[in-house]
Design a protein around this ligand. Structure first.
Ligand code: GTA
Length: 322
């Protein structure tokens, strides 16, 4: 894999992690930890889906506001034999050729992916709450006069992003890094992905440069950075997960939740939250648009959904833009 100018690129090659079994020693990300949810007190269920098998809960952890997200993980083909062999079955009903059971899987195949945000701000609580969405039309001028002042005041903290770039957190999860300060980036699993199967592969590439908030800031000067992320991100995913570029959806969000340039790499066919047309901008389109017009994202009207309780939506409403 080629290095970018001035930077030594690093790649770590490993396969998809298999499930930790009782015989395995401790792993970096599978280590036992004290249960922070012991004292969790539920205030309300923010949202959830029986089909997606997840639940978003607002509550308190030792007097601090918290959001807990729980999600049942996919059933993996490579664990089927173990699941059939190691589970107990309870018959629910039998009718002709049909029968249904309750299967109790071995503990390590029966995990619930759990994400804790604590202390959570009111903005976090609203982010995970089920709300009606409205499509907003934002001209280049609207961005300067409405959106930019709002995001300067109201955005989520970027501390987690800086922790990754400075190797203060998640350093052991990095899949690839190009450390060049202008063209470089860190590629690592998104925290929504449990890395157990490629079917729902989800990585993010976080740029080392800190002055690009979103696609609105992109100009043709940034093409070398974007092309570097695109090319090396795809190569690193091929090397680590054996997934070719033709199986990837590579895109940026507008609006993002976190205003520091990052690119989403997900498996084509996996419906990641936020991959719909009103929010996701394919990196290949972004590159082509900037090649045709350096000011494309500064001047174009962009469309995106905002949720009913989003403060930015109120700003557009107050100015009669909705
Ligand atoms: N590796 O600490 C982190 C981290 N944080 C705080 C966020 N991300 C992180 N990744 C690592 N470590 O894909 C990831 C996010 C997201 C990306 C930021 O960074 O998972 P974005 O700026 O475009 O923001 O991307 P986005 O897409 O709005 O954020 P997010 O969190 O994906 O929310 C979109 C919707 O996805 C939510 O409203 C919710 O419906 C759903 N969602 C969020 N988290 C989960 C979850 N854990 N499980 C299931 N659904 C979720």
């Amino acid at each position: 894999m080629a290095d970018s100018a001035g930077g030594e690129a690093k790649i770590l090659t490993r396969g998809i992690k298999r499930t930790k079994t009782d015989d395995d020693g401790p792993t970096e990300d599978g280590k036992e930890t004290e249960n922070p949810l012991l004292g969790f007190k539920t205030s309300s269920v923010l949202s959830g889906s029986a089909r997606e098998k997840n639940i978003f809960i607002h509550g308190k952890l030792a007097d601090e506001e918290a959001v807990v997200i729980m999600e049942k993980t996919p059933i993996r083909e490579d664990t089927l034999a173990e699941l059939f062999r190691g589970s107990t079955l309870k018959l629910e009903m039998r009718n002709d050729i049909y029968s249904t059971y309750r299967l109790q899987a071995p503990l390590h195949l029966n995990e619930i992916k759990t994400t804790v945000v604590c202390p959570a701000t009111e903005k976090h609580v609203k982010k995970y709450q089920r709300q009606e969405s409205f499509l907003v039309e934002e001209t280049g001028e609207d961005y300067e006069s409405i959106t930019l002042p709002y995001i300067k005041q109201q955005s989520f903290s970027l501390q987690w992003v800086y922790n990754i770039l400075e190797k203060k957190a998640e350093a052991d999860r990095i899949v690839y890094e190009d450390p060049d300060p202008k063209l470089g980036f860190v590629l690592l699993p998104d925290f929504k992905w449990d890395q157990k199967q490629v079917e729902d592969l989800y990585l993010i590439a976080i740029a080392h440069c800190r002055d690009i908030k979103s696609i609105r800031d992109l100009k043709s000067d940034h093409l070398p950075l974007l092309k570097n992320i695109f090319q090396k991100g795809k190569e690193a995913i091929m090397l680590r997960y054996n997934l070719p570029a033709s199986k990837l959806r590579v895109y940026l969000h507008y609006q993002p939740s976190y205003y520091h340039l990052h690119v989403h790499f997900t498996k084509l066919g996996f419906e990641a939250p936020g991959c719909s047309v009103e929010r996701a901008h394919l990196l290949s389109d972004v590159i082509q648009n900037l090649q045709s017009d350096s000011q494309y994202y500064k001047t174009r009207t962009l469309y995106f959904p905002l949720r009913a309780e989003d403060g930015l939506l109120s700003k557009f409403r107050e100015l009669g833009r909705l």
